[in-house]
Design a protein around this ligand. Structure first.
Ligand code: GAR
Length: 205
């Protein structure tokens, strides 16, 4: 091997991660930045959004990460056809682990099985409390003293897979769902990179 080979084709030590988003991508940004640190076990190599103009796409590009919009609307009601197109992008980019970060699609068994044990998700509640939508409003309505987020392995049951980590915040007396959501996001941005890093280290053995 020549010196030129080493520069153009460095040994791959970091796990290649794709982040799937649907919106603002603030978690995605924290994952990308943490993965760009020299000591990180992973790097984000691709961002895919099912929403054409998701704000997170430009944020990813600004951080030097390839970001592709693949609108589910182009596939009509055929959820699996959309997922097969997503899978093609993931395979072409040689992705090893998938991190869902505000990806607001219910996955079919096809994609879940393709990534069994290698796909993780962040959910804005202390699972098993409040799977699904409107988690913050439901926590407030229930009078909960605490809310938070959960990172878990994706399985076929929605928001059901093995938990890898949780972080908690207080619910304050005058909280609106929006205010609570922002407080939860504050801890999501720290927890998700930590858990993804640990997860990739464990997978790499
Ligand atoms: C995050 O709060 C995440 O936990 C939630 O969407 C938000 C995405 O924000 N995920 C879900 O609700 C999944 N069911 P972001 O785009 O700014 O990272």
């Amino acid at each position: 091997m020549t010196a030129a080979d080493t520069v153009s084709n460095p040994p791959r030590t970091k796990t290649r991660v794709a982040v799937l988003i649907s919106g603002s991508g603030t978690n995605m940004v924290s994952l990308i930045k943490a993965g760009q640190r020299a000591e990180a076990a992973y790097e984000v190599g691709l961002v895919v959004s099912n929403i054409q103009d998701a704000a997170g796409l430009e944020k990813a590009r600004a951080l030097g990460v390839e970001a592709i919009a693949l609108p589910h609307r182009d596939f009509g009601k055929d959820r699996e056809a959309h997922e097969r197109a997503v899978q093609k992008l993931l395979a072409e980019a040689q992705i090893e682990v998938v991190a869902l970060a505000g990806y607001m699609r219910i996955l079919t068994p096809y994609l879940v099985r393709e990534w069994e044990g290698r796909m993780i998700n962040i959910h804005p509640s202390l699972l098993p409390l409040y799977p699904g939508l409107d988690t913050h409003a439901r926590a407030i309505a229930a009078g909960d003293a605490e809310a938070g987020c959960t990172i878990h392995i994706v399985t076929e049951g929605m928001d059901e897979g093995p938990v890898l980590g949780q972080a908690r915040v207080p619910v304050l007396p005058d909280d609106s769902a929006e205010v609570l959501a922002e407080r939860v996001k504050g801890v999501e941005h720290t927890l998700y990179p930590e858990v993804l890093d640990r997860f990739c280290r464990q997978l790499a053995g």
